[in-house]
Design a protein around this ligand. Structure first.
Ligand code: OAD
Length: 232
């Protein structure tokens, strides 16, 4: 039997109740850190130690947190649907929960890559990347994270997935960062879209939208229950 495909675009809010800070909420990471100092190729050139430390701290914290009810609810959905997760998050909480199809648009904290050849990607043992850790070509390893000003190479594949969605979910993203925020425009017209986020998001441009103005940890399990009962 053909299983309906659910594509879920997730952002920092889905991991917030696991204890990972979002970026743009009050108390968010970009309140304490200037993007230009830690999340651009120029920052890496100017101050590699600061950038490395910023991501080392994020990675260290990731070893101390666990998936929450929202991550687990998305795993439940796989019982009845072909669930494809497209996440902007660099954490691995979807995978830890058990989701089997997860695309990372902005990279992965637990991986590092060559600073001269971006397809040389390696898992990092432990949380700490150090100056002098080299790729097989002898160049410094850097975080496997897409920085501002860099291309999001997964976008064509993500857009293709969105164009095949029977149901589209958006969970915990401010939809501020492009090209990720533009993915919703690839969803076929007529496809039901559900957005779960407690924030006041400007979403007038999204057709067929049901806005569930709630935290992911409660809103997602409720929506998943409804979808499993066959009431999209
Ligand atoms: P933001 O920090 O921009 O937005 C977080 C969203 O999560 C907001 O809309 C909040 O209202 C919502 N939120 C907060 N708590 C929540 C909860 N408990 N449940 C559900 N939603 C909640 O994060 P992103 O949209 O993910 O990129 O940011 C996109 C990109 O900007 C990130 O991937 C990162 C950042 O710069 C890179 O680092 C490359």
């Amino acid at each position: 039997m053909h299983r309906k495909r659910i594509v879920a675009l997730t952002g920092a809010g889905v991991s917030s109740e696991s204890g990972i800070r979002t970026f743009r909420d009050s108390g968010g990471l970009w309140e304490d850190h200037d993007i230009m100092d830690v999340a651009t190729p120029g920052a890496w050139e100017r101050n590699m130690d600061l950038v490395m430390e910023f991501y080392n701290q994020r990675r260290k914290q990731l070893y101390g947190v666990s998936p929450n009810a929202a991550h687990f609810a998305l795993v439940e959905l796989e019982r009845e649907y072909d669930v494809q997760i497209i996440t902007q998050n660099v954490d691995d909480l979807h995978e830890q929960a058990g989701s089997t199809q997860v695309m990372h648009l902005h990279g992965e904290l637990k991986k590092v890559r060559s600073s001269v050849k971006e397809d040389l990607v390696y898992p990092l043992e432990g949380w700490e990347l150090k100056r002098g850790d080299l790729c097989e070509l002898g160049s410094q390893l850097r975080p496997h994270v897409v920085w501002f000003g860099e291309a999001v190479t997964m976008i064509p594949a993500a857009a293709e997935l969105c164009s095949t969605a029977d149901i589209f979910l958006i969970i915990g993203t401010s939809l501020n960062v492009y090209p990720a925020a533009g993915l919703v425009s690839y969803v076929p017209s007529g496809t039901p879209v559900y957005l779960i986020d407690p924030g006041d998001l400007g979403v007038a441009h999204i057709p067929n939208l049901t806005f569930i103005k709630e935290k992911a940890g409660t809103g997602t399990p409720r929506l998943v229950k409804q979808l499993l009962q066959g009431n999209p």
